[in-house]
Ligand binder design. Structure first.
Ligand code: KIV
Length: 280
């Protein structure tokens, strides 16, 4: 059965740790789903890891929608959340609703927005009141990288942690069903998680978050331009991909591929006719 935003909140009440990963294509989503991942996020991180762009701010809505559709087709149980890309919700509430609606129409069950300034809170209120579940995102918020000026840890002291909690509570009041905490000290995440009814999903947020999320290319070991401190690499898919491609090239170059069983064959009579016939 498909997991819902409400089910994700229930997991926190039950003390079940929430598992989340990003995915961008049908097959990856299918096996993450089979493995029991609770939430699959079509993260705007796909700008870098799937499209080779320099930052998440370069990806467009139309590009995100193609990946959203593919992931939703591969998912039968996980909750599918789509990241709303840079400037798809910042211009006006009307545009934010229209754009969020495109993600829902392409198979997402919820959208994720970064930040919690009064305008964003208002957008989230409008989305949730219109039946679109929203995941918030606080701490390091990559879409604001040009304003922030770098990859910095947030909530680095008691005062800043309290400010983060206040923002998270605003998100909760606006109707968000969960909040991602990116690059936040574990003690701060603990304090925030204990003072919220909705689950916190950490990425570089430490073990006290109600759930964890990582970028799939990081855990699979597929993207190596940059590997953050908080990402655990479970495989080295980049080496597997490289070795498979090399083996294939060797086989083709040496005439070892394709074999007879990998080819279609004519019946021997037809082969004879071909051999005995002259062209034209
Ligand atoms: O874009 C992304 O991948 C994210 C992370 C929270 C995983 O936003």
């Amino acid at each position: 059965m498909k997991k819902t935003a409400k089910k994700i909140i229930d997991f926190k009440k039950q003390g079940k740790k929430i598992t989340a990963l990003t995915a961008y294509d049908y097959s990856t989503a299918k096996y993450f789903d089979k493995a029991g991942v609770d939430i699959i996020l079509i993260g705007d991180s796909l700008a870098q890891v799937a499209l080779g762009y320099g930052s998440t701010n370069e990806v467009s809505i139309d590009e995100m929608l193609v990946f959203t559709k593919a992931v939703s087709k591969g998912t039968s149980e996980a909750l599918v959340v789509a990241d709303m890309p840079f400037m798809s919700y910042q211009v006006s509430i009307e545009e934010a609703i229209k754009n969020a609606c495109k993600f829902i129409q392409n198979g997402a069950q919820a959208v994720k927005l970064e930040g919690a300034n009064p305008y964003i809170i208002n957008v989230i209120k409008h989305l949730t009141q219109n039946g679109i579940p929203v995941m918030g995102h606080l701490g390091f918020t990559p879409q604001y990288i040009n304003a922030i000026g770098g990859h910095f840890v947030s909530g680095k002291d008691a005062q800043k942690t309290k400010e983060l909690l206040k923002m998270a509570q605003e998100l909760e009041k606006a109707g968000a069903f969960s909040v991602v905490l990116e690059m936040v000290p574990q003690e701060s995440s603990k304090y925030i998680s204990e003072n919220l009814n909705i689950p916190t999903i950490g990425i570089g947020g430490g073990k006290f978050c109600d759930g964890q999320i990582l970028v799939s290319d990081d855990i699979l070991g597929k993207y190596d331009n940059f590997c953050p401190k908080f990402a655990r690499q479970y495989s080295s898919l980049k080496d597997i991909i490289f070795n498979v491609a090399r083996a294939y090239c060797n086989d083709v170059e040496r005439g070892n591929f394709p074999s007879i069983s990998e080819s279609f064959t004519l019946d021997s009579k037809e082969v004879e006719k071909l051999e005995n016939s002259t062209q034209n």
